[in-house]
Ligand binder design. Structure first.
Ligand SMILES: [Zn+2]
Length: 599
């Protein structure tokens, strides 16, 4: 997953209420199918209709549960809370049922035969793990809707059919089955890892490294020709750089599901052959996007396939903590940034800036073991360490890469660790343990021990040895305290520019008299056309002694000049820079990292 750091995720508590009764193992069921209704009538009510059908061999109770979370989104969301009008019937007769806990239903068949379970699902949550509807559109994850029989494992096939308007599209990574809008999955893990878009959205596809890659964008107008061409050009560069790490593209095809409007949160959620991205309109044409695509795409290997043993197999009924999210998310961040520079989307300055931002994020957080930060994902801690496994995990991956290359005179790298771990664990049907990870790191580094490194910097809270390790790659970090102007606003973007969506009542823009809906023209001498313009504004007026700046906006057909009070806030900026005339060995390591090569 990738989200905005510090964005509070509202989750229900993790403490279970006492169970009415411990869910028992379900009677066996077979011939499982789901019919989802997402037509203009149902989405107009913000509802999805769900019918689950299956066969039973007798009258033993069937216990069915809905997941409590979606893999990749490490927080408990309890999808059952969105269910209404639950009902079960067989041969036209209603069956008795009762709830056993938050998410589990016990159904009592009257005879052998087919049972139909029906319910409505409230689809109004702006969250990339939760179903959402608009008057012409529906999005859902399988974890939201697909009940499973308790205690029967997940290795059973299922059919899905979608009932929708004849003129609406359906997109999913699931395999098609005969008929219209029919799909099939071989097991429950695959079934719930294939999100759906239904309705009016734009779709386009291209081939990358021999695989079809699709863009499914909502609203349809957000997929302009220019954005399509630009996005495909980025993917043509970054995807091969990611494939090169593992030596294969393990998906049959791949889909980027992207939803953009002013209410989305911004961020992505990975799946085995797709990513679901929420993009604010102000991010649509900003430099943020290729990094998001790259990060989520790398998850197709790292976490969807190469995965900590703690997460194999997924359980769906409760939290599944691991101390290894720093590898699953942080190292994904590292390779997401590397793929951009190795593929030629970004230059090395862009990559080193991302490392610099990680150094600053870690320095600004309380001393926290990155393994503890991983574990705490589920409780979204309030001490400033929430999500720290992203920047600290990414930085740790970078330092390990340098140390491995240094130990072998640049003959091996972290790429070797990722590839070997992928082959030795995922390809053999299992997850990786701490012994697997550190064993491969040590092996790649020619037998060098990382026991002390793990004890002090991964499982311990000592500051990472950033300066001494950067030196091995001919790099140094330099921090500046900068005072830069802040506006106190949230913005949206459409095809005519950037507008104000929210104002902090105590912010500079509110003090200037700006209003929600105002369209930006310029601030001082900086023209404002998208999210990146605000970076240019902050850089232009960092440390300024000017006390007010003209803020030009369009409001109701008029162009208005407001007087913006300049309010500077302090931020530490860290830059990573090549050391001029660094020893040849360090320069070689640095180039090897940027190019994905060894000597
Ligand atoms: Zn992620």
């Amino acid at each position: 997953m990738l989200g905005k750091l510090g964005l509070a995720i509202i989750a229900l508590g993790t403490v279970r209420a006492s169970l009415a009764q411990t869910p028992r193992v379900s009677a066996p069921i077979s011939s499982v199918s789901y019919e989802i209704t997402a037509d203009s009538s149902s989405v107009g009510r913000r509802q999805l209709g769900v019918v689950m059908s299956f066969t039973v061999t007798g009258t033993a109770p069937v216990t069915l549960a809905l997941p409590a979370w979606s893999p990749g989104h490490y927080t408990l969301l309890w999808f059952a809370r969105r269910v209404s009008q639950f009902s079960a019937q067989s041969n036209g007769l209603l069956l008795d049922w009762r709830k056993l806990d938050f998410q589990t239903w016990e159904i009592k068949p009257r005879s052998a035969g087919t049972v139909r379970v029906t319910f409505n699902y409230l689809a109004d949550a702006v969250d990339r793990a939760v179903a959402w509807t608009a008057p012409n559109f529906a999005f859902f994850n399988g974890t939201n809707l697909f009940l499973y029989p308790v205690g029967r494992g997940f290795n059973w096939p299922a059919h899905v059919s979608v009932r929708t308007e004849a003129s609406w599209r359906v997109a999913t990574g699931m395999d098609s089955a005969p008929g219209t809008n029919n799909f099939v999955a071989g097991n429950y893990h695959d079934l719930t890892d294939m999100p759906f878009y239904v309705g009016r959205f734009a779709i386009d596809s291209t081939q990358i490294a021999g695989k079809w890659v699709r863009l499914a964008f909502y609203p349809a107008a957000s997929l302009t020709t220019a954005r399509r061409d630009r996005t495909f050009a980025w993917l043509q560069k970054l995807v091969p750089a990611e494939i090169a790490v593992f030596g294969e593209a393990p998906f049959r095809n791949y889909t980027i599901f992207q939803r953009s409007d002013t209410v989305v949160n911004g961020g992505g959620l990975e799946h085995q052959s797709s990513q679901v991205d929420e993009v604010t309109t102000s991010q649509l044409d900003a430099s943020y996007l290729p990094g998001l695509y790259s990060h989520e795409f790398f998850h197709a290997w790292n976490v969807k396939r190469l995965r900590p043993a703690d997460l194999v197999p997924y359980r769906y009924d409760d939290a599944q903590p691991t101390t290894w999210l720093w590898v699953s998310e942080g190292v994904t961040d590292y390779y997401g940034a590397l793929a951009l520079v190795r593929g030629g989307v970004n230059d090395s300055i862009g990559f080193f800036n991302s490392v610099g931002n990680e150094i600053a994020s870690v320095a600004g957080a309380p001393p926290t073991a990155v393994s503890d930060a991983s574990l705490s994902s589920w409780i979204n801690p309030t001490d400033g360490s929430s999500g720290l496994y992203y920047p600290k995990g990414g930085l740790t991956g970078f330092l390990l890469d340098i140390m491995i290359r240094d130990a072998t005179d640049n003959r091996t790298s972290l790429d070797n660790v990722m590839r070997r771990l992928y082959d030795a664990t995922y390809k053999r049907g299992k997850g990786f343990t701490g012994a697997d990870w550190w064993g491969e790191v040590s092996r790649a580094a020619g037998g060098k021990s990382f026991t002390e490194f793990a004890r002090r910097y991964v499982d311990g809270r000592e500051p990472l040895p950033v300066d001494s390790v950067l030196l091995l790659a001919g790099l140094r970090a330099e921090s500046d305290t900068i005072r830069e102007p802040r506006l106190g606003i949230a913005t949206g973007t459409d095809n005519t520019g950037v507008f104000v969506t929210q104002l902090s009542p105590t912010g500079a823009a509110a003090a200037a008299g700006a209003r929600s809906g105002d369209r930006f023209v310029s601030i001082g001498d900086v023209m404002i056309s998208n999210d990146d313009s605000f970076d240019a504004f902050r850089t232009r007026y960092a440390g300024t002694t000017v006390t007010t700046l003209p803020l030009v906006v369009r409001r109701g057909g008029e162009t208005i000049t407001l007087q913006l009070p300049v309010r500077l806030t302090v931020r530490v900026q860290t830059r990573v820079l090549p050391i001029p005339n660094a020893p040849e060995r360090g320069a070689r390591i640095r180039e090897g990292i940027l190019k994905g090569t060894t000597s």
